[in-house]
Design a protein. Structure first.
Lengths: 212, 181
């Protein structure tokens, strides 16, 4: 086929419309969410004292951190799906959840505490946190990568890592309602480690899946 | 050069709002620029420049399938050059060379510089043969026999919608095969 013929063929396909990436990503995440929720309710479930916990600002702060991570990563994912885009000028969004965490840690430091710092940091659920967040993230990550395949990222591994952050943020939001460790020190340690694992898996998967 | 790029942006906007002729004109207008840049990239990597047409076709397919990632309020050229650069790097890497491709390779091409293809491209044609029969027939009818969607539909007793779907799927799987080969 010579180039002239290819051009004619592409022009004939001009009217075919694919879904906008934002919509594709949303639909893929909605399709994947039930799998993650199934893992959550089958293995973990919401903590029994959730009504009391909601009166603890540090319980609520966990959701602020994880939702901020998910929202920032969604915005950055959509941005990176454009070939001429880079993290520059846009990547700082990803620092918002880290900023909330730092503020929360300093807030907690200023309050009288029943448990010593190391006890709060180590917590009781570190292993559950490190397995549940990656496990619940995986279906979301696969969904996110599937939706983002519509895009054309210049650095597929970076885009995959951000998709990992996105799915870890969503999974951690659900997981946070199970976890009885509310100290920001715990969140900063174990949630961050779990998120880093998912981001690495996302980078590895994205390198192949998001090439175009 | 500025004028040329503004013209591209205008054509692409018309194309997206459904003007197939504008789209055809745009693809024809960008092809010589892509060809010149592909040749320059190959030459710098010490590769025979007669492979440039395969790279041009690769870029055109990517432009086509990824055009929804272009923000129509932005100029078209930076988007085009980013796609072209990625594809050129990929192509050179596949040929075993790691090379830095300068974005100016694309932007620099002068309007007067319009190289003709030196050799016909073989990769798209070869992958075309590996497609499912229906997609291959539709693609061949439109590309090689220059039949319209309507004539193709009549020829294979398909609906026009089915022809459009087969055409699009054919182009998508062709691109996937070129990428993963």
């Amino acid at each position: 086929m010579d180039t002239e013929q290819l051009i004619r063929t592409l022009a004939a396909d001009n009217t075919y419309r694919t879904r906008p990436i934002g919509l594709a990503l949303m639909l893929a995440l909605l399709a994947a969410a039930p799998v993650s929720l199934l893992i959550f309710f089958a293995e973990l479930g919401v903590r029994p004292d959730v009504m009391t916990a909601m009166r603890n600002p540090f319980f609520d702060l966990k959701f602020a951190v994880t939702l901020a991570l998910a929202a920032a990563a969604i915005a950055v994912s959509l941005h990176l799906s454009r070939p001429e885009a880079s993290l520059r000028g846009f990547g700082w969004w990803l620092l918002v959840p880290a900023g909330i965490l730092v503020a929360a840690i300093s807030g907690e430091m200023m309050m009288p505490q029943r448990a010593p710092m190391m006890t709060r940091l180590v917590g009781k659920n570190s292993m559950a946190c490190m397995t549940a967040i990656p496990a619940m993230s995986l279906p979301l990550l696969i969904g996110a990568l599937y939706g983002l395949r519509q895009g054309a990222p210049t650095r597929p591994a970076v885009a995959g890592a951000v998709a990992g952050l996105l799915s870890a943020g969503l999974a951690a939001t659900v997981y946070a309602s199970h976890c009885t460790d509310d100290s920001p020190l715990f969140v900063a340690t174990w949630y961050t480690l779990a998120t880093a694992i998912v981001a690495s898996v996302g980078a590895l998967m994205g390198r192949r899946a998001l090439r175009y | 050069m500025r004028e040329r790029e503004d013209e591209w942006t205008g054509l692409m906007r018309s194309a997206i709002s459904g003007d197939d002729a504008a789209y055809h004109r745009l693809l024809k207008a960008i092809t010589p620029v892509l060809r010149a840049a592909a040749r320059r990239g190959l030459a710098r990597a010490g590769q025979p420049v007669d492979q440039s047409e395969d790279i041009v076709q690769d870029i055109l397919l990517a432009v086509h399938l990824k055009r929804q990632t272009w923000d129509s309020s932005a100029p078209f050229a930076p988007w085009l050059f980013a796609i072209a650069r990625n594809k050129l790097i990929d192509a050179l890497r596949r040929r075993g060379r790691r090379i830095f491709v300068n974005i100016d390779d694309f932007a620099e091409t002068l309007p007067g510089e319009t190289p003709e293809p030196t050799a016909s491209a073989g990769e798209v044609a070869a992958q075309l043969q590996t497609l499912p029969a229906r997609q291959r027939d539709v693609l061949q009818s439109i590309a090689v026999d220059s039949a319209s969607i309507k004539d193709t539909a009549a020829k294979f007793s398909m609906s026009e919608g089915a022809v459009r779907v087969a055409l699009h799927r054919g182009l998508t799987s062709l691109t996937a095969k070129l990428r993963d080969r």
